[in-house]
Design a protein around this ligand. Structure first.
Ligand code: M6R
Length: 608
């Protein structure tokens, strides 16, 4: 999705720094970029279609020297990815950048057009520039406040006016926006990652906030102009944490960080000896947990797959019925939730529009709400009653890997906590399970040794047109996630199936050109999945099998095997996903695809 940045500083030159910040938003997905800066000749704008390096090259030809500027990466929604549609958009002395969608833009365009506005682009955003300019009376913040009341839809906006050259005004509704606080400088950005090189002191704006930034002053009001107090939060992520650290791609770095992800998600939360789990941010008391009737999980994409694993774990460990919904579907059905239900929204970013909308509906229906997210100050983290952070650190690769691992770890802890409180697990069982969890980072470390085997297999998988991933039980969602990873970064068509469904249709697809990736590690379902693998093999499929150490059956039918450390079945998803991530990664590399920024995808989907 689009990314916005801005900086106003006391003297100095900020444009190069803003380009650097825009690079840190590249992972969100974009097709064009631009900068507007308050130069001595007035506001100058440079925009380019394509990668940020195109913008940088143009800025070499056409430098913008300024101490106040705003910038944007655009992910096209209304209007093609062209220079004219790229942001910033201008109306006279005023410029604007925008993330989100102005739903009533056609109506506003007509109205403004009738009063003489001439539009240069096909975008919804340009109406904002004309609307604010029409309301300008010398005070930019006042004009923005008057304008946003007329906007329907979602927005994070940053605006400048030539007559107030040190001022940036920002506003948000349903799209993320964070301010950076420095000495003699203030910043704004869609995401904290863009601010890390400059400051770690940030302010998360809330829906309805309008902020006015000067180099040495900062104020926030609501849309009616009433002053709002927003706390300054100290971010613990360092700029280095958002860099590649010697890996060829962010995705590869993030895959390799997963043993640490698990350790961090457990840190300070478990006391193995006493068998206690302390979940910071979880505010639902034990009596309420005991009286729960049902758990409902909403999420999208990879987070939805984590939810499917969570369902298996919570049902098994806590004996609570769980349903898992795509957030984008849940919002179009009756919520069917009430005071005896726990609604869990899972979201790496905490900003996904559909998941956020589903969370709100659940809260309004009276359910207890919990968010599992990687971003402490995200919109969802602030919307829910309880928040469990995954502590995976910034995830930059568009394809989610370590955040998924963090989600699975937190869900494992939550299932154990519910099981213990509800009396389904004895203290002895809980202590044993906590011990197994503590050993998990070692097993994940060992699974990372499959990288060479995955690379080797990928050299051939790269030529496939389609691939099938099969799994059972708690590893069925891992088959889905393996297929999603492969399709989103290598563009090979891939489907995940519960292995038992093969005979009900998909087996018809199998011939020698169809790779079948089977998750056949140690589990209660091992014998049945071994049978499914043999059936596929008998029809000519090339089987790539994930098996546990010591396997002597599935490996015999497989074209290639990846051997993994044996772990308890309920923890096996956290180990089995690793070689599938590596397989997708190396296949994408072999196909020369853009691993970290796959085509058409955005890291944070802030529109429905
Ligand atoms: O930030 P979220 O976890 O809410 O994002 C959900 C999906 O957009 C995300 O998982 C997406 O499917 C990724 N591309 C998966 O790699």
């Amino acid at each position: 999705m689009c990314g916005i940045v801005g900086c106003t500083a006391q003297g100095g030159e900020v444009v190069a720094g803003l380009v650097e910040s825009l690079k840190r938003l590249e992972y969100r997905g974009y097709d064009s970029s631009g900068i507007a800066a308050q130069t001595v000749q007035g506001i100058g704008i440079v925009r380019r279609v394509g990668k940020i390096r195109e913008l940088e090259a143009q800025l070499q030809q056409e430098p913008l020297i300024a101490s106040t500027a705003i910038g944007h990466t655009r992910w096209a929604t209304h209007g093609r990815p062209t220079e004219a549609n790229a942001h910033p958009h201008r109306c006279g002395k005023l410029v604007v950048v925008h993330n989100g969608i102005i739903e009533n833009y056609l109506e506003l365009r007509q109205e403004l057009g009738a009063s003489g506005a001439v539009f240069q682009s096909e975008t919804d955003t340009e109406v904002v520039a004309h609307l604010v300019a029409s309301l300008w009376q010398g005070d930019l913040a006042a004009a923005v406040r008057a304008a946003v009341g007329r906007l329907e839809g979602s927005f994070a906006l940053a605006l400048m006016h030539e007559d107030t050259p040190e001022v940036i005004v920002a506003a948000r509704r349903d799209s993320p926006l964070v301010l950076g606080v420095g000495e003699g400088a203030h910043w704004l950005a869609s995401d904290v990652a863009a601010l890390l090189p400059w400051t770690r002191r940030v302010i998360y704006l809330e829906d309805g906030d309008v902020a006015e930034l000067h180099p040495t002053a900062l104020s926030v009001t609501d849309m009616a102009g009433k002053k709002q107090h927003r706390p300054v939060v100290e971010i613990s992520w360092s700029a280095e944490m958002a860099e590649k650290g010697g890996y060829a791609h962010f995705m590869l770095k993030e895959i390799h960080e997963q043993p640490t992800t698990v350790a961090n998600a457990l840190l300070g939360r478990i006391a193995e000896k006493s068998g206690t789990i302390t979940l910071d941010g979880f505010n639902i008391d034990d009596d309420t947990l005991r009286s729960l009737r049902r758990v409902s999980i909403v999420a999208c994409g990879t987070s939805w797959h984590a939810g499917q694993v969570g369902r298996f774990l919570i049902e098994q460990d806590a004996g609570l019925p769980v349903e898992v919904d795509y957030a984008s579907e849940a919002i179009y059905r009756e919520p069917m939730l009430g005071k005896d239900d726990l609604l869990i929204a899972i979201s790496q970013s905490g900003e996904t529009a559909d998941t956020r909308a589903a969370l709100r509906r659940g809260r309004e229906a009276g359910a207890h709400t919990l968010v599992i997210s990687n971003v402490a100050g995200s919109s969802m983290a602030r919307d829910a009653q309880s928040v469990l952070l995954t502590y995976a650190g910034p995830e930059i690769g568009v394809a989610s890997t370590k955040a998924f691992m963090g989600q699975l770890t937190v869900l494992s802890l939550l299932a154990l906590k519910l099981g213990a409180v509800r009396g389904k697990l004895t203290n002895g069982e809980l202590r044993r399970r906590l011990h197994e969890l503590k050993l998990l980072p070692h097993a994940i470390e060992a699974a990372l040794h499959s990288s060479d085997a995955a690379k080797d297999i990928a050299a051939e998988l790269a030529a496939a047109r389609d691939a099938l991933f099969i799994g059972r039980g708690v590893n069925y969602p891992i088959a889905l996630e393996g297929a999603l990873k492969l399709k989103e970064i290598s563009y090979i068509h891939a489907e995940g199936y519960p292995a038992g469904e093969m005979k009900h249709g998909p087996i018809a697809l199998i011939d020698a050109s169809m790779p079948v990736i089977a998750i056949a590690t140690h589990a209660a379902t091992y014998a049945v999945i071994a049978g499914n693998v043999e059936e596929a093999k008998a029809r000519g499929a090339r089987i790539i099998a994930l098996v546990s150490q010591g396997d002597d059956r599935v490996a015999k039918s497989a074209w290639r095997t990846i051997v993994l450390p044996a772990v308890p079945e309920n923890l096996s998803p956290l180990v089995n996903i690793v070689p599938l991530q590596l397989l997708a990664y190396w296949t994408a590399v072999a196909r020369n695809a853009d691993v970290d920024q796959p085509r058409n995808l955005a890291k944070t989907v802030t529109v429905q």
